[in-house]
Each structure stands twice: as C-alpha cells, then as structure tokens.
Ligand binder design. Structure first.
Ligand SMILES: C[S@@+](CC[C@H](N)C(=O)[O-])C[C@H]1O[C@@H](n2cnc3c(N)ncnc32)[C@H](O)[C@@H]1O
Length: 277
C-alpha cells in the first residue's frame, strides 16, 4: 500500500521531471491536466521498468531519444476520418454558407494528430466546391504524428470506418473517390494533400501564425488544466478574424472560459462559435 510519504515524494519527483523536460527540451507539460498525465507517466515507468521518476529524469536529461519515447506517452494521437459525423454536418449546414462569402479563407487545425481531421475538412470543402478558395494549416506537437499526416497513407480498414462516418455526415459521394487502395492501405489523393500545410506547433509555447477565418481544435484542450485552456483560447481569439469560427467539438466548451463573452454560439452540440465583431 502507498504511504502518504511515498505519494508526496512521487508528486515532487513528477514536478521535477516536468521542470527538467521544460528546461532541457522546451516542451511545457507543467499545466497539463494532472490526473491523466500521472496515469500516463506511471504507464511509462512500468513499461520502461524504472522504479522512480527521479531515475527517469536523470536519463532523459542526457538522452533525447529516451525523452521522445516518454513524450509519445503524453501525445495521444487518436483520431479518425470524419470523426463525430455530426460535427461535419454542423460545419456544412452552419459554417459553409458563411465561408462562401469569403473569396479566400484559411483554416487552422490545431492538434491535428495524424491528419485525418484536416483531410476530412478538405473533402467536405471539395464536395462543396470550396476547396479552391481554401488553404488549410494543420499543426501538432508530435513530429511522428505529422510524418504520418504528410504521407496521407492509412490502413484500409480504418478508412472503411471513415467511409461510414462520411455517409453519416451526409457526404455527397463515396469516400473511395478520394483515395487509391493498394496492399491494404489507402493513399489519399494528392489534390487534398496540396491544400494542407502540416507543421509542428506547440500550443503551449508557440505564437499564432497569422489570421484565420476558422480554427478547429477538437479533443486537445481536455489534456490541459483550466489556466492553460484559457491561455490557448486567448491564442485562438488572437488568431481569428472578426466573424471567424472557432470549432471545439463536443468534448470541450467555451463556457466558464476567459473568452466566453467574446464569441457567440453557432452550434451548441458541435460547440462551434463565432468571434464577435
Ligand atoms: C486526441 S488527438 C486529437 C486529434 C484530432 N483533433 C481529433 O479530434 O480527431 C490530440 C492531439 O493533440 C496533440 N497535442 C497535445 N498537446 C499539444 C500541444 N501542446 N500543442 C499541439 N498539439 C498538442 C497531441 O499530439 C495529439 O495529436
């Protein structure tokens, strides 16, 4: 059984480990939601067969490969093509008519993981004959996830689930129109790829990179504590044109955030907001 002392010592060790990561590698996990972070650290400790967090800290300070292995535990890149179909339906019904009023527009997918979310948006825009006017920027903290995103090659069985999601999102054709299947994998069409710029960006420490008409950040803020969520939401507010859209998806909300009164709600369930003019 854990004693109070051992719990307190582990807490101190975790604080020191997060501080070491920040000072040595510039990744700031200090304000990530503590419960899930501790769960993942414990998993790493067991998998790597270490007894204490201090030993892990000692090694990661000197071994960057070891650090990247640990960072992969923090970066859970679960995603899917047309994940949560109702979200894309809401975008199509409530955002697309307003996007049409812009001659050109930019969309930022923050925390894009392995890229499926950005490709889904490109497909939706293509169906709406709007892709030609769009430029999509998709960013993530995880370089391995971005490498997969750039390649745009996914296992065929996950793409088949994506096809079902696409139909549930009222997709107007067949998803197979957008990929070539080969040896159990699906290679997404280059016409989609060339509209998306994938790059590494850390929402905690990096700045905004330009004015967007739409920002999509789903299933990312859940990893952050309230202060960090507010900091990132302020970054999004700064990065949006007046009248632009912030799309958070159904796991997160602007309610109780520091920017709540700077947006109006466009869709309650999909948590789509519009920056007030
Ligand atoms: C669960 S995935 C969400 C993917 C996609 N948005 C979706 O909803 O399907 C969360 C992503 O957030 C990324 N992430 C976590 N912390 C981040 C940070 N500080 N800056 C940028 N991305 C971060 C992770 O690497 C991971 O790929």
């Amino acid at each position: 059984m854990e004693t109070n002392d051992s719990v307190e010592i582990a807490e101190i060790e975790i604080d020191l480990l997060l501080e070491a990561i920040y000072r040595r590698y510039g990744y700031d996990f200090r304000n990530y939601s503590r419960v899930s972070l501790e769960r993942r650290l414990l998993q790493f400790l067991n998998d790597a067969e270490y007894k204490t967090y201090s030993e892990v800290t000692g090694r990661l300070l000197r071994d960057s490969l070891f650090f990247h292995k640990l960072a992969a535990y923090f970066s859970i890149s679960v995603t899917a093509l047309f994940r949560d179909p109702f979200f894309y339906k809401a975008v199509q019904e409530k955002v697309v008519p307003l996007l049409r009023t812009w001659a050109h527009f930019k969309i930022w997918h923050a925390g894009c993981a392995t890229g499926e979310e950005a490709y889904s948006m490109a497909i939706l825009l293509n169906d709406e004959k709007l892709l030609g006017r769009a430029m999509l920027y998709a960013t993530d903290i995880s370089q391995p996830a971005l490498d997969t995103a750039k390649a745009g090659v996914y296992p065929l069985d996950t793409v088949k689930q994506g096809s079902i999601n696409y139909l549930n999102a009222d997709g107007t054709s067949s998803l197979s129109k957008y990929y070539h299947a080969k040896y159990g994998a699906a290679l997404l069409d280059s016409s989609l790829k060339k509209k998306i710029t994938f790059s590494q960006h850390n929402l905690v420490i990096d700045k905004s990179f330009g004015e967007m008409q739409m920002i999509v950040c789903r299933n990312v803020l859940i990893y952050f504590n309230q202060d960090l969520q507010n900091q990132v939401l302020e970054l999004f507010w700064d990065s949006l044109e007046y009248g632009g859209f912030l799309c958070l998806g159904d796991k997160e909300s602007l309610m109780f955030s520091s920017v709540a009164d700077k947006f109006i709600t466009i869709d309650e369930k999909a948590r789509i907001y519009k920056k007030k003019i």
